[in-house]
Design a protein around this ligand. Structure first.
Ligand code: NAP
Length: 435
């Protein structure tokens, strides 16, 4: 018998559990831990609330969670409630599928002012992550700045732009909807330190900006390279750049009909946040040119008005005491998912914050291959029986998958009309709902 502990119940965690279940069937017991009482990690609190079809993949994880050899162990924080060393004593393998939940910071002057948020916090806020439910961004003024040109920047700009009617079928949480109702935003400037050929935005997500009820995307045609230059781009990026060209061609009359302008500001590297009387008023940026693919400052600076700012520049994993960590890369130090024999990582905890949800599937199957090489038949560990004893001794209040199903039912019952659920946004309410 092999006993496997997977830390994190997001896509990376459940694909790994699925792979282990397939590899060993009844000869493995797999415990999927989460510090929250609810499963699915990034699917619940990262994927945009208006992208319900992407969130639908949770049904696949549910199937894994309900299989005989897998169980969910919610409301347990590894590193606090139980140490990694204790888990290693109990399980043949411990796999970190903990994602990259921390915002990278720009390290700029003025960054700690009020109303500046990292995307982990901001996305967590509108998605009801308990840690960020009370950040209360002030959207009552006119200008928002979103820093970074990846898909997270697009998610943030789109959610800030949508009307209540456009968000009707989403599972955006009520506190965010209320704040958006009171929003007076007129501009959302997306700052990219490089140019149109260096964006990280994918065509489907970029194309959504074309169809917003009250916002239209603006690109300055002068920022676009000659159209023939697009030929060298890989097809996905070429499609995205073609969309930027479409945005540049939108007539003024259409922009005039929309209350919000989503401005793409290329070659604009943020250098400082400016606040007056404790209130954010702008982001100073330096014009750049691209040399050998890198943004190089020109010395010319200007200020983009900003009453609220969200940095969408990538994430870091959280280090855990005693587990080798690559500080520079912001992820666990690993060789193809193996940290040490018996200790592994998958998903963003392994490779950093890149790729789609689906990228986690081969990651999960790959790490199980490594694990199989290392643990053989298993080493007569006590597994879940030993963990349950420890949990009882410590008085841990474990949330099971059955409990989660009750929480899920309560969230569905509380949904506003047309929405799939109204999420609980604090841990106590989640736990209370399982009764
Ligand atoms: P990302 O795709 O890596 O984009 C990060 C952006 O931040 C880049 O434009 C980058 O510019 C910029 N940036 C980084 N450091 C910066 C700095 N110091 N100053 C200014 N700009 C800086 O990251 P992400 O948007 O967080 O997305 C993470 C992953 O999740 C991606 O794989 C993404 O595709 C995926 N995702 C997918 C979806 C979807 O499919 N619907 C939705 C959300 C996220 P440089 O290129 O110049 O470094």
């Amino acid at each position: 018998m092999r006993h496997i502990a997977i830390i994190g119940s997001g896509p990376a965690g459940y694909y790994t559990a699925e792979a282990a279940g397939k590899q060993w069937e009844d000869d493995a017991r797999i415990d999927v831990f989460d510090k929250l009482p609810v499963p699915y990690g990034l699917i619940r609190t990262g994927v945009a609330p208006d992208h319900q079809s992407i969130k639908g993949v949770a049904r696949r994880y549910e199937k894994t969670a309900l299989s005989d050899n897998v169980r969910f162990v919610g409301n347990v924080t590894v590193g606090e409630d139980v140490s990694v060393a204790e888990l290693q004593d109990l399980y043949d393998a411990v796999v970190f599928a903990t994602g990259a939940p921390e915002d990278r910071s720009l390290g700029l002057e003025g960054e700690d002012a009020a109303n500046i948020f990292g995307s982990a916090a901001f996305v967590g806020w509108y998605n009801g992550h308990p840690e960020f439910a009370s950040i209360d961004p002030d959207l009552s003024k006119r200008h928002a700045v979103v820093i970074g040109m990846g898909n997270v920047a697009l998610d943030v700009a789109r959610i800030l732009s949508k009307t209540e009617a456009e968000l009707a079928g989403s599972d955006i949480v009520e506190h965010a909807l209320a704040m958006l109702r009171g929003s007076n935003l007129e501009t959302i400037t997306i700052l990219g330190r490089r140019g149109p050929h260096q964006i990280m935005m994918t065509p489907k997500e970029l194309g959504e900006l074309m169809h917003l009820d009250r916002a239209s995307p603006r690109v300055d045609g002068d920022d676009l390279p000659p159209v023939d230059d697009d030929a060298i781009l890989e097809p996905g990026l070429r499609k995205s750049v073609t969309l930027l060209r479409d945005f540049a061609a939108i007539p003024e009359s259409i922009h005039g009909e929309k209350a919000i302008a989503i401005e793409f500001d290329f070659f604009a590297n943020p250098v400082r946040f400016i606040s007056e009387g404790g209130r954010l008023t702008g982001v100073e940026v330096e014009r750049t040119t691209i040399e050998k693919g890198r943004a190089t400052g020109t010395g010319e600076t200007y200020v983009v008005p900003a009453d609220v700012a969200v940095t969408c520049i990538g994430y870091r994993s959280s280090a855990i005491d005693g587990v080798p960590f690559d500080e520079r890369q912001g992820r666990f130090a690993n060789d193809e998912g193996r940290i040490l024999p018996g200790l592994y990582c998958v998903g963003w905890a392994k490779r950093g914050p890149t790729g789609t949800i689906g990228t986690n599937r081969p990651d999960g199957y790959g790490v199980i291959e490594k694990l199989a090489e290392d643990i053989g038949q298993g080493g007569r560990k006590r597994g879940r029986e030993g963990f349950d004893e420890l949990a009882r001794d410590r008085g841990l209040d474990i949330v099971t998958f059955r409990d989660w199903q009750k929480i899920e039912e309560a969230e569905a019952a509380a949904a506003r009309e047309g929405a799939p659920r109204e999420k609980f946004v604090d841990i106590e309410s989640m736990i209370a709902a399982r009764k």
